[in-house]
Design a binder for this molecule. Structure first.
Ligand code: TRP
Ligand code: SF4
Length: 409
């Protein structure tokens, strides 16, 4: 069987999760864990990048997030679930990558300026905040992740990660020596690699084959080689024409995975967010759900019971589509347009179905709440499994940078 592709994603320890988290991310994660080898972690270090001054809730929030993950069906038998800080290798990779990361790459990440603008009440002039996309790069790269399911706002971070990976290869992994007979001439190796627009490496067990795109390379090379004053490099290289070169791939360039998420507005019709106070938590008990949904926003133009309404602008109807069976959705739509039903009964029917939908999640959650040690234990076990993978990657990374193996031969 072919090795499954890897998926990695992280979530900050924000505390209990709500329906917005479910439909925005978790539902997708549940699908992914069936198909991919998944790593999901609670990003406790990331929480510090914006909230270092108040760490009082990080530990408890981590537990809450983990319990919600398990409640909705993330399965430690299928996915590796862990806490970022339990795998110290993330920090090591972060420090190594920081050495080759131009400040300008971080300064131009859109969320950097935006957040500094938006969170004026907070001091974000820290190194940790600037470097946070790079910490995220380390999180991703350390597991050789192929795909990173993220929201739109996080796509630039995956882009930065790809650029860092390329820069890493260019800086530390060019091994054109064998092909050109240029052992140890790193600057020249790099110049030729740059001129070729490809990375060339010494053949070895962990290399992958790439074809040298010869015709354009030759032109580029000729110009470059003259410039760098090494004319016989050209001759040597041309003897490899049409052959395959082996390229060493130390790190994987990840891709963002943007998925269509269903629209789930908050109780007041805006995006569901903790700060808006318009959320239903996965842990809200049935009475709470009833209370909250009773006051939910509806079509503002439907003032009286006799006014026909427009389900397409009503959050209650959006929720019906997610939680109610098709006949109830049809009943609501029809009844709304014809003023055949009132908003009170429409909301009540929706709440009934929402509560039913939540039932298995809440049953599992209650079991977990009764036994938090089991949840911590699961996270620790996930951390151990993640560390095994991370250590393997770090061995390759250290060796690419410092060539320890060559030196110790
Ligand atoms: N930065 C993400 C957020 O704020 C969380 C995160 C940290 C993450 N590391 C990651 C997401 C790696 C995807 C991959 O939501
Ligand atoms: Fe919304 Fe239902 Fe009222 Fe129509 S009847 S406005 S869908 S709550």
């Amino acid at each position: 069987m072919a090795k499954r592709k890897r998926v990695l994603s992280g979530m900050r320890p924000t505390g209990r999760l709500h329906l917005g988290h479910y439909f925005g991310a978790l539902q997708n994660w549940l699908k992914l864990q069936e198909e991919y080898e998944c790593f999901f972690f609670v990003a406790d270090w990331h929480a510090l990048t914006t909230h270092y001054e108040d760490t009082s809730s990080v530990a408890e929030s981590t537990l809450q997030v983990a319990m919600d993950w398990l409640s909705v069906g993330l399965d430690p038998e299928k996915s590796t679930l862990f806490i970022q800080s339990s795998v110290l290798e993330h920090a090591e990779l972060h420090v190594l990558l920081s050495m080759i990361t131009p400040l300008s790459w971080l300064e131009r990440v859109p969320t950097y300026k935006e957040q500094i603008e938006n969170l004026k009440d907070r001091d974000l002039g820290t190194y940790g905040f600037l470097g946070y996309p790079l910490l995220q790069s380390a999180d991703i790269v350390i597991y050789d992740a192929d795909f990173v399911p993220v929201g739109e706002d996080q796509v630039p971070h995956v882009e930065v990660t790809r650029e860092i990976v390329r820069r890493f290869h260019h800086t530390f992994c060019l091994h054109i020596d064998d092909a050109l007979g240029l052992p140890g001439n790193a600057p020249l190796r790099k110049q030729i690699g740059d001129a070729l627009g490809v990375d060339l490496f010494i053949p070895g067990p962990q290399h992958m084959l790439v074809e040298l795109p010869w015709p354009e390379c030759r032109a580029k090379l000729r110009a470059r080689i003259v410039e760098i004053g090494f004319d016989n490099a050209m001759t040597k290289l041309s003897s490899h024409q049409g052959k395959f070169f082996r390229m060493k791939r130390v790190l994987v360039e990840p891709q963002p995975l943007l998925t269509q998420t269903p629209r789930l507005p908050g109780l007041d019709g805006r995006r569901m967010a903790k700060s808006y106070g318009n959320a239903i938590w996965l842990s809200d008990p049935p009475e709470e759900i009833r209370n909250k949904t009773r006051n939910m926003m509806t079509d503002p133009q439907r003032q009286r019971r006799t006014d026909p309404g427009r389900p397409e602008v009503c959050p209650v109807f959006s929720w019906h589509k997610l939680f109610s069976p098709p006949e109830t959705v049809a009943w609501s739509e029809q009844g709304c347009r014809t003023a055949g039903i009132g908003c009170v009964e429409c909301k009540k029917a929706m709440a009934d179905n929402l509560i039913k939908w939540m039932e298995p999640i809440q049953t599992r959650r209650k079991e977990l709440e009764a036994n938090p040690q089991q949840v911590w234990g699961m996270l620790d076990a996930g951390g151990n499994a993640a560390r095994t993978v991370a250590r393997r990657t770090m061995k390759r990374v250290r060796n690419a940078i410092f060539k320890w193996d060559e030196a110790r031969k």
